[in-house]
Structures are given as C-alpha cells and as structure tokens.
Design a protein around this ligand. Structure first.
Ligand SMILES: [Zn+2]
Length: 155
C-alpha cells in the first residue's frame, strides 16, 4: 500500500495516522496500538495496528503490521516508524534488523521498551508523551486487563 499524503508531514500529523489505527483497533475490541511507516519526506509507506484479538494472532503488532503493509523498501535507514506505544522487544528487533532510522513514540508510560538498545544501533528516538495515546491505553487496560497482560507477556 502506498499513499502519498502531505509531503511535509509534521510529527503530529504522522502520529495522527498511527493514533487513528489505534482507535480502529480499540473499536474492534483489540489492543489499541497503531503504527505507521513513513519515508523521510513524510510519504506514508504503510500503516497498521495490533490485531492479536481480531486475527487471533499474537505476532501482529502495530509496528509489524505497518511494516508488512509497506512492502519491500530499498532503504530503511531513512524511514520513520511512528507508534502510539513504546515498542516491545519483538518490534524493537524488527527496527534493528531492518535498520529503520527513527522511531517516534506516542507514549512510554504504560510500557517502556528498551530505547537505549535502539539508540545503541543508531536509531533516533523521539517520545511525544501524547495524552490521547495514554488515555486510549488507560481505557483499554481498564476494559480488558487480561488481554493487556497477555500482550505484554505477563501470565
Ligand atoms: Zn511489538
């Protein structure tokens, strides 16, 4: 999927794409984590959301969904991954494996991934601490505490 939107997309506008995915996921009864992969000029390459519940598939996280929908890219170093929640090990591994250059994070209060481990690999990290992302996760955890625990690997 390739859709060009504003070629000079602001950080806030990029987060909006990921947040809309998270909201869709919440509406579907899923884990509301959304993500989007952008080219350095703000072109949207792919967007997606966690579909653990919807697809009965724990391997579909927001970041991996956006990544897969972006298809093959020649160069990942110049791409920007935007996610509503700090990336887990699995998604951080994907970011390092493909050398994605920058990660913009909606919030890292409900879950904080290893930002230092990403930074070590030269990944630029920007945490926005966006209230809308935080509030959506708060609502979800209140509604589905067991699914949240499952998602972060707590039994
Ligand atoms: Zn993940």
């Amino acid at each position: 999927m390739t859709a060009s939107i504003d070629p000079y997309l602001s950080t806030e506008a990029m987060l909006e794409v990921a947040l809309n995915e998270a909201r869709l996921g919440f509406g579907e009864g899923g884990v509301p984590v959304g993500a989007a992969l952008f080219a350095s000029d703000g072109t949207l390459l792919g967007r997606g959301r966690n579909r653990r519940v919807q697809n009965d598939d724990p391997s579909v996280h927001g970041e991996t969904d956006a990544f897969r929908r972006a298809g093959r890219q020649r160069d990942y170093r110049s791409t920007i991954m935007v996610t509503t929640l700090s990336p887990c090990w699995y998604c951080a591994g994907l970011i390092r494996q493909f050398g994605i250059g920058k990660v913009i994070i909606g919030e890292a209060r409900h879950f904080e991934g290893r930002h230092d481990w990403l930074a070590e690999a030269g990944v630029a990290i920007e945490v926005l601490d966006d209230e809308r992302c935080f509030d959506l996760m708060t609502r979800f955890i209140g509604r589905s505490p067991d699914v949240w625990k499952e998602d972060i690997g707590e039994v």
